[in-house]
Design a protein around this ligand. Structure first.
Ligand SMILES: [Fe+2]
Ligand SMILES: [Fe+2]
Length: 300
């Protein structure tokens, strides 16, 4: 069973609206739609076919209905079934109304190849949360599972991968630990941090995946191969399309500060100005990590 995880596609309502690129002020970024097309083309062309595409949030940059409809069309064109969950940039109601259809479903729970896949919605904050009601729903779904291999798909990783900015934040860690105590989780895939990370939350392997259009290590996606014994995962990325060059760093910080100030009252943009600096620093750290990361992770 092969899954391709795509995340943080950040599609705009208008495909020609390159404001996200303009506010970065001279940084050569790739258009999110074009970059996603490159990645979906790569997924379709893999020698070992992909059975399922899973999208783990920040699918639309600002929750625009047209962004979801375009994503639906692009996913349907692959001919591969897809399941999706929202991230903090998504507006869940708009996503629910515009993204499913054809081969695209909202992720809740499914059982495939000896695995129970459970999907969580981790909210619109920067840190993510599951909350008592959803934890109860997830536990109820898992209580009726046929397979004991549980894999959790969601937007926010349960550990701090954001450096000093996240040092005093618990993220989803406690929520995930509570679920894990009742129903042991064998692996977690997340997005949000836009870069490749293979870490652990307690004894649970956590795999964070590059954004399909921007991040320190270049755009990318992740492949998971599941069988009854475990899973392997590798990242496919395009480091040559990373534009996090040192000479652009100051411009990037300045423009991100401007953007965060402009959107201070926006419910999607619940950020402190300091986030700009921390985020850019994180991207550079990811670029470093991407150069030295192991090629493949094996759970067994
Ligand atoms: Fe994102
Ligand atoms: Fe996010």
């Amino acid at each position: 069973m092969r899954v391709a995880q795509i995340t943080d596609t950040h599609l705009k309502g208008d495909p020609d609206d390159l404001a996200v690129i303009e506010w970065l002020g001279g940084i050569t970024l790739h258009d999110p739609t074009e970059s996603l097309e490159l990645i979906l083309t790569d997924i379709v062309a893999l020698d070992t076919p992909v059975d399922l595409i899973i999208g783990t949030g920040d699918l639309a940059d600002r929750g625009h209905p047209l962004a979801y409809r375009r994503l639906n069309a692009m996913l349907n064109a692959t001919g591969i079934p897809a399941m999706v969950v929202p991230g903090n940039h998504d507006l869940p109601d708009v996503l629910d109304a515009n993204l499913p259809g054809g081969s695209v479903e909202l992720g809740t729970f499914c059982e495939v190849a000896g695995w129970s896949f459970v999907f969580a919605r981790s909210g619109n904050t920067e840190w993510g949360e599951l909350g008592p009601a959803q934890l109860s729903t997830l536990a109820t779904r898992l209580a009726t599972r046929r397979h004991d291999n549980i894999f959790l798909w969601l937007h926010h990783p349960p550990v701090n991968l954001m450096g000093p900015l996240g040092a005093n934040v618990s993220f989803l860690g406690d929520d995930v630990t509570a679920l894990h105590r009742r129903h042991p989780i064998a692996g977690i895939a997340a997005g949000h941090v836009h870069g490749p990370h293979d870490v652990h939350h307690g004894d649970i392997p956590v795999h964070a995946t590059p954004s399909t259009f921007m991040g320190g290590g270049g755009p990318g996606y992740r492949i998971f191969d599941f069988d009854e014994h475990g899973f392997t995962t590798t990242v496919r990325s395009w480091p040559e399309r990373s534009t996090m060059t040192d000479d652009k760093r100051d411009t990037l910080v300045t423009n991100m500060r401007k953007r965060h100030a402009e959107h201070a009252g926006d419910p999607i943009e619940r950020n402190l100005e300091e986030r700009a600096v921390a985020e850019v620093r994180g991207w550079y750290e990811q670029a470093e990590a991407a150069r030295g990361r192991p090629a493949e992770y094996r759970s067994r």
